[in-house]
Design a binder for this molecule. Structure first.
Ligand code: G3P
Length: 218
């Protein structure tokens, strides 16, 4: 499962990119607004740091508007992926952009049937929103598993991109459930690498090393 950061913050992206495990970026209008920067320049700057897929979302609500925005966004960088919402207009835009070989991430997916429609429209990614389903007392990770299974049964090539991730357990269950990629906030990405036994193990190794050096030192 590929690991994506769900942020438009260049400092967060640069830091995690240095770890060598960052496969892509997703942004959305809320995340981009927080940065108070020019959208196009920001996406181009992100694409310079990360060579994997970088999702940038349209904000038009009608299909023609989405197509105009999507076709423009697709020229910003080689690795940019156009993000559209899972609405009738979004599906229509997806199918037309896909026919032009533009990669599309269909976002705001909350059901297996919605995911099926995104795949039939030629989506490169579909993004089930795990945390927002949990928020309404449903099991978001179960949806990721069901979509992955359905795509397998139906031989559909659209990739499952688990989104709206809030906890490391969401990441683990997405990986075990067959997601192709998982996009998470910086805070969750940082938590993935942490374990108290790694920290205490490191401290003990270094203390023993220092003590041994002191013993052999003249
Ligand atoms: O990738 C989608 C994500 O940005 C939504 O996350 O936490 O606002 O539900 P959240």
């Amino acid at each position: 499962m590929h690991l994506f950061l769900d942020t438009a913050n260049l400092d967060e992206i640069a830091e995690i990119a240095n770890w060598g495990v960052l496969d892509g970026i997703t942004t959305n209008p809320s995340l981009v607004s927080k940065e108070k920067k020019d959208f196009k320049k920001l996406v181009k700057d992100i694409c310079k740091i990360v060579s994997g897929p970088v999702s940038a979302e349209v904000v038009a609500e009608d299909m023609e508007g989405m197509l105009t925005e999507g076709r423009d966004i697709a020229t910003w960088a080689e690795n940019v992926v156009v993000k559209v919402p899972l609405t009738p207009a979004g599906l229509g835009a997806c199918s037309k952009l896909a026919k032009d070989n533009i990669k599309v991430n269909v976002t705001l997916c909350f059901s297996v049937n919605q995911a099926l429609m995104a795949a039939r429209a030629g989506a490169y990614f579909v993004s089930p929103f795990v945390g927002r389903l949990d928020d309404i007392n449903e099991d978001g990770c179960a949806l990721v598993e069901q979509i992955a299974e359905m795509f397998h049964i139906q031989s559909l090539e659209t990739r499952v991109l688990a989104a709206s991730i809030r906890t490391p357990m969401h990441v683990q269950r997405s990986a075990l459930g067959g997601a192709d990629a998982c996009t998470m906030p910086y805070s969750v990405f940082k938590m993935l690498v942490k374990h108290p036994l790694t920290d205490s193990g490191m401290a003990k190794f270094l203390a023993d090393w220092k003590q041994a050096k002191e013993v052999v030192a003249p």
